[in-house]
Design a protein around this ligand. Structure first.
Ligand code: FES
Length: 254
C-alpha cells in the first residue's frame, strides 16, 4: 500500500533534554493507523528547498482516541533543526506510515525491550501495544549521559534498567552488560548499530530470538530508490520497505 502524504498541525512541542524534542501532531487518517516500529517521513520546508530529503522519524506514540501521533527525535542536522523550530499551530507534512513495524501479534512470553539513546523512541509505542495484549516487557535503556522519556514506560513495563556511559544515572556502563538474554524468549532492540550487534550476539549465544530495528539514510522512504539497501542472508533488502524491523540473524549474520 503506497504511503500517504498528509498535511497536519503541530499540537505540542517540548524539549525533553538538550537536542531531544517531543512533538505531538494531528493524524486525521484513522484508516491508516500507524503501528509500533513504523515511521513517517517528516517535512516542513518546500519540496524544492534544501535539505532535499524529508526526515524519516519513527512513531513514538499513536492515540486513536484523539487522532494524534508523537515523535521523539534528536536534533542532528538542518532538517531536524527546522522541525525543532515548529510551534503549536504550524503545519508540516507527514508521509506514511511506512515500514513493516514490530510483529506485535506474534510476540509473547518473556520479552526484553533494549534501546539505546534516541533508539528508545519506537519502544514506547511497542511497550503500549504489548501491554495491551497482556505482555509486560522488561526495559533496558542506555544513554550517553542524561536519560529522557523513561517515566512513561513505568506503568507499561516490568523491570526497568537504565545505564549511562557517563554514570550520571543508573548503571555506569553499557546497557548490554545488564541484559541476561537467557531470562527471555525474545529481545526487541533499537539503537546504535554496535549496541544492536552486541545484543544480537548475546541473544544468539543463549538461543533467545532477537529482532532489531535498523536505521539508514532514506530518500524515497517507499522502496523505490534503493538508497537504504542493507545486506541480509536473503540478499539486499530495503530498510524502508522490507524493514526497518528484521530478524537479527538475517542482518547481523557474520
Ligand atoms: Fe528509497 Fe528506501 S529510501 S528505497
Amino acid at each position: 500500500m503506497p504511503a500517504t502524504a498528509c498535511e497536519v498541525k503541530v499540537l505540542a512541542h517540548e524539549a525533553l533534554a538538550e537536542h531531544i524534542r517531543l512533538m505531538t501532531t494531528s493524524w486525521p487518517r484513522r484508516d491508516k493507523a500507524p503501528r509500533a516500529g513504523q515511521f513517517f517521513m517528516l517535512r516542513c520546508w518546500p519540496i524544492d528547498a534544501a535539505p532535499l530529503l524529508s526526515r524519516p522519524i519513527s512513531l513514538h506514540s499513536y492515540d486513536p482516541l484523539t487522532g494524534t501521533v508523537q515523535f521523539l527525535y534528536e536534533i542532528k542536522g538542518p532538517g531536524t533543526r527546522m522541525l525543532a523550530a515548529l510551534r503549536p499551530g504550524d503545519s508540516l507534512s507527514l508521509t506514511g506510515p511506512s515500514g513493516n513495524g514490530f510483529p506485535v501479534e506474534h510476540i509473547r512470553g518473556r520479552v526484553a525491550l533494549v534501546g539505546g539513546g534516541i533508539g528508545t523512541a519506537p519502544l514506547y509505542e511497542l511497550a503500549k501495544a504489548l501491554a495491551a495484549r497482556g505482555v509486560k516487557a522488561d526495559l533496558y535503556c542506555g544513554f550517553r549521559d542524561e536519560p529522557y522519556g523513561m517515566e512513561r514506560f513505568l506503568p507499561l513495563c516490568g523491570r526497568v534498567f537504565v545505564a549511562t556511559d557517563s554514570g550520571r544515572a543508573g548503571f555506569h556502563g553499557l546497557v548490554t552488560e545488564l541484559l541476561r538474554p537467557e531470562e527471555y524468549d525474545m529481545a526487541l532492540c533499537c539503537g546504535p548499530e554496535p549496541m544492536m550487534r552486541a545484543t544480537a550476539a548475546l541473544c544468539r549465544e543463549k538461543g533467545t530470538a532477537c529482532l532489531v530495528s535498523l536505521e539508514k539514510k532514506m530518500a524515497c522512504g517507499v522502496g523505490a530508490c534503493l538508497g537504504c539497501t542493507c545486506h541480509t542472508t536473503g540478499g539486499g533488502r530495503s530498510v524502508c520497505k522490507d524493514g526497518p524491523v528484521f530478524n537479527a540473524e538475517e542482518v547481523f549474520c557474520e
